[in-house]
Design a protein around this ligand. Sequence first.
Ligand SMILES: Cc1ncc(COP(=O)(O)O)c(C=O)c1O
Length: 639
Amino acid sequence: MASKDGQPGSIDSSPTVRSLERALEISRAFIESRADRAVWPTATLEQLRASLGGELPSHPIDPTDVIDALARAAEPGIVTTTGPRYFGFVTGGALPATVAAEWLTAVWDQPASLYVLSPAAAVVEEVAARWLLDLLGLPAGASVGFVTGCHMANFTALAAARHELLRRAGWDVEADGLQGAPRLRVIVGDEVHVSVIGALRLLGIGSKQVVRAAADDQGRMRPDALAAALAAGEGPTIVCAQAGNVNSGAFDPLDAIAELTSRYGAWLHVDGAFGLWAAASRALKTHVREVERADSWATDAHKWLNVPYDSGLVFIRHPEAHRAAMSLSAAYLVRSDNDPREGMDWTPESSRRARGFAVYAALRSLGRSGVEDLVDRCCRLARRFADRLREEPSIQILNDVVLNQVLVRVVPATGDADVATRDALRRIQDERICWLGGSRWHGLDAMRISVSNWSTTEEDIDRSADSILRAVRSRLTRAREEDAGRIAELHLASWRATYTGELSQAFHDSQDAAAWAAEWRGQLADGVMVILAKGADRLDGFAACGPVRGKAPNPVEWEIYNIHVDPARRGGGLGGMLFNAAAELGRQRGARQLVLWVVGTNNPARRFYEARGMQCDGGEQEHVLGHETLHEVRYRMDL
Ligand SMILES: Cc1ncc(COP(=O)(O)O)c(C=O)c1O
């Protein structure tokens, strides 16, 4: 009888193998579905909690059953970040060789802390480190750390910088700490990535202590601002430059910055989470001119190199500073003869996964030309994306598309562009053909596109651009209808809810507003909903009532009417019908007051309702309901 994994004395490997076989079947189905499955999942938070939750099992469960159940419960909540139309954040797609290498890494379960724990992991890191320095054009003698991501790469590099600058000032920060140490100056560009600030915070340098040098319209640090900041102070100084702004993809002018920092004897750190990979492309390396003059560099493998999470890389020109900042010793942490790589000398963690295997697999499977092609292809596709979106006059591309990032804003002829942009983004996310995230750029709402996946094709870009254009244009159509004052049409076309009674606030406060709206969506295609409240003071329970269905009266004394309207009468008459119906129903049901919330994508209704004796008594408010942003104005009339 096969014994179970994890039980003392088990030498039977078949449970592991059976679980892996099952995982392979599940993986095969997932991988094959990637190009077409919804990019963002449909399961709700509650559904996932229900399907994955429950009590801790009281007894062991067969590993294959665990894998089966896990996959079944988790998959409805899996974002297809590895698919070709995921453009969120800056996300790579896990190259084939890297996924298999990760699997082996787990099977081997090698900590890469010390040579004695895994000679293979140590040598693979050594080799991958050499290849990386070569590929990125960095000094061959630089030391390399395999960390969780660029955030930790920034941390590691800045810890080395802190060590080295304070050492030069006669201070041993590892022994004596930061209190009482010579003051370190840190200058960053105004568009610094937040992870640099986070890393500095961990190192004892507060966010308010950092000097920010102004950036230009693309987010590039301005050399004149850096020169002024350098001249304005003195003492040991770190300058943090950036290769690849997370929004615009823009590069700080590294050559000018390197010149200035060397003049002041400052430590130059380059945060190049994805932008550093431009150095691997003959067409793009001009963006990182003289990057090799820096003292330290941080990047990610899980972004543009398409290695699975988590995988970041740090490179430091001064290996002794790097080692001094990271290395720990204890009697049992035995170093090996022959000076092999000891992984824990170069990272903040002692125990860690042998991340080098997947990085090695990526580099080996792509080769120099493959990395260059991956980087160039993503940039080409980003430009294609921007060109397709420019077809729509109301779309603005906010950045110069110099790399793989595109910043998109919707600017309708009338109305609020921030609202229009957020509204379009929600529609795009809801359609699930592709996924983009939102951001703010120079005070403006924008959608971020990052093309970073090895498997994305021109067809994927076109399908995604079509989805975005559809989302933007559908909103514009509705906005034009509003502009023409066709309130009723608008209500019909987009399931606007208009309701009476003191329900509105409860509705908006309801945690379940999206589900509520979804419930009603189909039914409102050809009607207008009126919610009528009899006792305005007795409706607190609304949110707890659950989904509302049909017309039946319910215990909290409110009713819902879905008024069907003859399509032939759509047009100017519907607003009046709605108003009359609401008032009449209110009177019949003994309501003291008619309170009408007029909800739409803007506020077109004021003149209409005021002409009928209603007082507007609520300022305009914005609500996010499901994927809609609605403006609401409240009108009140005694019945
Ligand atoms: C410029 C820059 N630096 C650092 C980071 C942090 O990287 P990670 O989240 O992989 O640690 C990012 C992430 O997008 C980035 O764009």
